[in-house]
Each structure stands twice: as structure tokens, then as C-alpha cells.
Design a protein around this ligand. Structure first.
Ligand SMILES: Nc1nc2c(c(=O)[nH]1)N[C@H]1C(S)=C(S)[C@@H](COP(=O)(O)O)O[C@H]1N2
Ligand SMILES: [Mo]
Length: 324
């Protein structure tokens, strides 16, 4: 295994190979595609919340959560909403903010299905009210080596799962993101086998830290952050936190996630933040906090489980090198 210092990692190594290769074609076409999609939104097909400029996003206050409070300084709203991964809108960090305006977020329903006693299709407005909204400031870390501190607004996913009552066969939870062909220019590129899918073991999904997320900084999520709802799993690499969910499916067998399918040797099912297990092409020992650490300043040490020690018991007895 070739391990290099993160400072030696060049963008072509961080970006998956097929993405890198299709980038030139992407750049040439994305502009035209996105303009077309924005045109449709402006014509009124987008519904009442097709896009709002940041200042116009509806407020969504959450009661500050004391149990999970951390001392880290929150990343600025500007950085959180302009440096994103959301491949449905392009592979550059700036693409989601640039192109996700066209995403239709109303009407929006989420189907909770599979191994549950009470399968349901819930409207986003019902989901917003299912449990009290809390503000939870979480450390987030991407497998690429950057991190942020984000004041999310939402409630524990367990509130929803308890309502639909998982059957005895339910062992895993699969998350399925939207695939809107007409608003997501990235779907034209087979970087990922769309739709984007992720998964958790049931006990991970039921852990109180796992947040069904509707807002950030006291406002509803802007589209680039995964509107109108996403999951947030703060002890796992960012890719586990699937955006713009349309279905949550309880299943018996471990589901194959989009990134496992794309490169199973690089992205495992568990994807716990783990400084001791390097990615095959770079170390995971340190990270760069966006907005605080410069590109060339010393990086901060990455913490096991991203510092969320309370989840360690979920993995007692597991070999976390084999289960990466
Ligand atoms: N549907 C979908 N969800 C996704 C992604 C994506 O490309 N599509 N990217 C993931 C990755 S790699 C990261 S790091 C986080 C980024 O979330 P943020 O942009 O809100 O920081 O979203 C995750 N969820
Ligand atoms: Mo990521």
C-alpha cells in the first residue's frame, strides 16, 4: 500500500479517476445544462421552494442541544454553503452552490419502506413536525481530508424509525437520494450508479447522534447542502451523510453503497473516521479545518470516530482495519 503525506496528494488522486477524466467534458457541458435547468425553474415548474437566495430561506430554529455540545468554533455559513460535495450537480466544490438552484424541493415526499410494520410515505411538511427540531453543532470530516463544524437543525433519525416500527428482520437502513434528471446535470455522468445510495447498520441509524437534518444555522437547508432533508452521521466520513433523501428503506442484508460500488477497495461500508487506517492512496491521520487552517499551515490531528467516543461501543470486538 502506497502511503503519502496528505500534502503530497494532488487533486487527481482525491477525485476518483473516472470523475477526473470526465471533468473536461463536464466543464464544457455543465454550464449549458445548468442554465437550461434554471430556466425551467424560473418558468414555475419548481414549486414554491424551487430555490431561495440564502437570505430568503425560511427560518428553522432548533433548541440548542446541550448533550452533544462541542467547543469547536463553527465554520462560517459562507464556507459551509460554498464548499460542497454533491456530485449530482458536479464534481467541483463550487458546483453545488452554482447549479443546485434548480433542484425542486416541493412537493417532496419520503417513503419509509421495507422491513417495517408501518410503511409510510410522508410529506416533507409532516416530517418537519414529526419531532422537535434541535440545533446540533457537529464536527464533519470528509474522506478527502478537510473538516468543518456545522450547526445543523434536525432531530434524531430514531424518532422516525420508531414510528414506522422496524420488523425483526431489519438489520440495516438504506438511504436513497433524489435523482431528478431535469435538474441535476451531474446525472449525465456515470461517476456514480445513480441514484446516490448509502447505508447504516440499524444500531448506527438508531444512535441518538444520527440526525435527520432539515436546516443549518437556523434556516432550512439551502439546496447545495441537501435540501429539503438529509441524514448526518458525524462519526463517519462525509459521504455516509446522504443528501436530498426520497426513501429510507429497512433491509435485512448489508446494502451496497454508491461509493462501494464505484471503488470498493477505497470506500467501505463502515467508513468510520479513523486516523489509524489510511485510505489506500493517502493518510487519514490529519485534516484541514475549512476557514481556519490554510492550505500550507500545519494540519490538525484527526480524532478516532471524529471525537465522538460515545459510539465506540457499537464497534466493540470488530476489526476496524478489515471493516473500513
Ligand atoms: N446525494 C448525495 N449525497 C452526498 C454526496 C453526493 O455527492 N450526493 N456527497 C457526500 C460527501 S462526499 C460529503 S463530504 C458530504 C458533503 O456534505 P456538505 O456539502 O453539506 O458538506 O455529502 C455527502 N452526501
Ligand atoms: Mo466527502
Amino acid at each position: 500500500m502506497l502511503i503519502r503525506k496528505p500534502s503530497d496528494v494532488i487533486p487527481s488522486e482525491i477525485t476518483p479517476e473516472p470523475v477526473w477524466q470526465s471533468r473536461r467534458a463536464w466543464m464544457a457541458r455543465a454550464g449549458a445544462v445548468a442554465l437550461g435547468a434554471a430556466g425551467i425553474g424560473a418558468a414555475g415548474l419548481g414549486g414554491r421552494q424551487a430555490y431561495a437566495a440564502d437570505g430568503a430561506l425560511a427560518p428553522l430554529p432548533g433548541t440548542p442541544d446541550k448533550q452533544f455540545a462541542i467547543m469547536d468554533k463553527p465554520t462560517s455559513y459562507e464556507d459551509i454553503t460554498s464548499y460542497n460535495n454533491f456530485y449530482e450537480f458536479g464534481v467541483d466544490k463550487g458546483d453545488p452552490a452554482r447549479y443546485a438552484k434548480s433542484l425542486r424541493t416541493r412537493p417532496w415526499t419520503v417513503s419509509i419502506e421495507g422491513e417495517v410494520q408501518k410503511p409510510q410515505t410522508l410529506d416533507i411538511d409532516a416530517l418537519l413536525k414529526l419531532a422537535p427540531q434541535e440545533e446540533r453543532t457537529y464536527r464533519m470530516r470528509c474522506v478527502e481530508g478537510w473538516s468543518m463544524v456545522i450547526p445543523w437543525v434536525g432531530y434524531s433519525l430514531s424518532a422516525l424509525l420508531n414510528q414506522v416500527q422496524p420488523t425483526g428482520n431489519a438489520k440495516f437502513v438504506q438511504f436513497i437520494s433524489a435523482a431528478q434528471r431535469d435538474t441535476m446535470p451531474g446525472l449525465r455522468y456515470p461517476v456514480i450508479d445513480w441514484p446516490y445510495v448509502e447505508g447504516l447498520r440499524l444500531d448506527e441509524a438508531m444512535h441518538p447522534l444520527t440526525l435527520l437534518t432539515f436546516g443549518l444555522y437556523g434556516k432550512v437547508l439551502p439546496n447545495q447542502s441537501g435540501a429539503p432533508l438529509r441524514v448526518v452521521v458525524p462519526w463517519k466520513y462525509g459521504f455516509k451523510s446522504a443528501k436530498s433523501l426520497v426513501a429510507i428503506r429497512l433491509v435485512e442484508k448489508m446494502p451496497v453503497s454508491a461509493w462501494m460500488k464505484a471503488a470498493s477497495n477505497e470506500y467501505g461500508f463502515y467508513a468510520n473516521v479513523n486516523p489509524n487506517v489510511p485510505h489506500p492512496r493517502w493518510s487519514q491521520a490529519t485534516e484541514r479545518r475549512i476557514g481556519e487552517d490554510g492550505l500550507f499551515s500545519p494540519k490538525r490531528k484527526t480524532l478516532m470516530f471524529n471525537g465522538y467516543d460515545q459510539v465506540a461501543s457499537l464497534y466493540a470486538g470488530m476489526d476496524l482495519r478489515a471493516n473500513y
